[in-house]
Design a protein around this ligand. Structure first.
Ligand SMILES: N[C@@H](CCC(=O)N[C@@H](CS)C(=O)NCC(=O)O)C(=O)O
Length: 395
């Protein structure tokens, strides 16, 4: 009998069976079934209690979570559009330069230090500009894993250009802003760097995904103040800006998936970066080991995610060739040999800098072999390395 009721306990048929048992008047079975019924009601109470406590806890957690979210959204909303403060450093950070680039034609009296990774495309853009205009500067090679040399800055990226100004040192962040600001200065150096920077406020904004980011306003704009260069039309200025933005928004994103296409290629790229960036000279062996091994694996892993994020083709080389060809067609449409006409403009320098960052890698050699890049690229190299923009500086 007990066995029967135990079985009943585990079936939903207990109630109906119990009814039929009662109907048949079997008293001992009735007793067992009553026993089955009591713990069920207790259990039911327990479940109700448990559910109520669970629901209360869930509600409390939900309320705390959403209140925090609402408060954060409110803070962000309050911060949206506010200007991020830029401080001048009273002293130069006590880090010695890795090397100095001395230009024999420099007459600017600028005192500049570039905190960089040698093979970072954004750093290469800034170097292309400084070299083309023939400006001397110091370089501090930053360790990309430990970043010890740039710890003095709250900005978490490179390049950072530190410019000596009245009253201290002004850190300049973001390659495109640095290029616009310096080009404005080269055009008319009566505008001081500490004044020009005020035209490029850093503003707190939400990106497409609702993430909070600092955005530098006007970073593709030159501050011509009263007049535009006589050799440039308004259309030239708009085109230059358009291509500079394309270089940052499109071209640069084709590089990583190509340089780190497979794990082997990623290792070979890092070995090359180590050579080009003189890592042997600047960093101890163990740091170099970490930089190469962690870097190669991490960037290979990231490369494919970036390929999908920026919607590159499965054959990533083809996407790189397509963008390079798009750029070369743009030059042809403008009459060449450079996008800027007879001489490079800032978009030429930006695209050159970006492609220069992969010079010597397999991706670069393949691009030379599969596109018509080499004529423009080596003409640019000659212009940059001979400081041919130096005469354009108005000091
Ligand atoms: N918009 C910035 C982007 C700079 C950037 O993303 N730099 C990378 C290196 S290529 C960086 O510093 N990433 C952070 C890191 O490596 O810690 C610019 O144009 O300067």
């Amino acid at each position: 009998m007990a066995v029967i009721c135990k079985l009943l306990k585990f079936t939903n048929r207990c109630e109906s069976l119990k009814k039929s048992v009662l109907f048949n008047g079997n008293s001992s079975l009735r007793r067992y079934c009553t026993f089955v019924q009591e713990p069920r009601s207790k259990r039911f109470k327990g479940i109700v209690k448990f559910s109520l406590v669970g629901a209360a806890l869930g509600t409390a957690v939900g309320v705390i979570y959403s209140t925090q979210k609402i408060n954060k959204a409110r803070d962000n909303l309050a911060l949206e559009g506010t200007q991020v403060e830029r401080k001048i450093l009273l002293e130069k950070p006590p880090i010695s330069a890795s090397r100095s680039i001395i230009s024999p034609v420099d007459s600017t009296n600028l005192d500049l230090t570039l905190y960089q990774y040698q093979s970072c495309p954004f750093c290469c853009k800034v170097r292309a500009l400084l070299d083309y205009y023939g400006v001397s500067y110091d370089i501090v090679e930053v360790n990309p894993v430990f970043r010890t040399e740039a710890k003095w800055s709250s900005y978490k990226k490179v390049p950072i250009l530190l410019a000596k100004v009245n009253g201290g040192y002004q850190p300049l962040n973001d390659s495109s802003m640095i290029i616009s600001l310096l080009a404005s200065y080269f055009y008319d150096s009566t505008n001081k760097i500490e004044e020009l920077i005020k035209f490029y406020p850093s503003i707190a904004l939400h990106d497409d995904k609702g993430k909070f980011q600092n955005e530098i306003v006007n970073k593709y704009f030159l501050m011509y103040q009263n007049s535009i260069p006589k050799e440039m039309t308004m259309n030239d200025i708009v085109e230059e800006r358009k291509w500079r933005k394309w270089a940052d928004d499109v071209l640069v994103h084709t590089l990583s998936p190509n340089a780190y296409r497979t794990l082997d290629e990623s290792y070979r790229s890092f070995e090359k970066f180590s050579k080009v960036g003189n890592w042997e000279e600047y960093f101890p062996f163990w740091q170099r080991w970490v930089m190469i091994n962690v870097g190669a694996v991490a960037m290979w892993w990231l490369g494919d995610r970036l390929r999908r994020k920026y919607q590159l083709k499965e054959d990533v080389r083809q996407s790189l060739y397509d963008e390079v060809t798009y750029w070369l067609r743009g030059i042809k449409a403008r009459g060449g040999p450079f996008m800027g006409g007879q001489n490079p403009d800032l978009s030429d320098l930006s695209v050159y800098g970006i492609l220069n960052s992969i010079e010597g890698l397999e991706a670069f050699n393949d691009t030379l072999a599969n596109t018509k890049l080499s004529t423009w690229y080596y003409a640019m190299k000659e212009k940059v390395e001979s400081h041919s923009g130096n005469h354009l500086i108005n000091s």
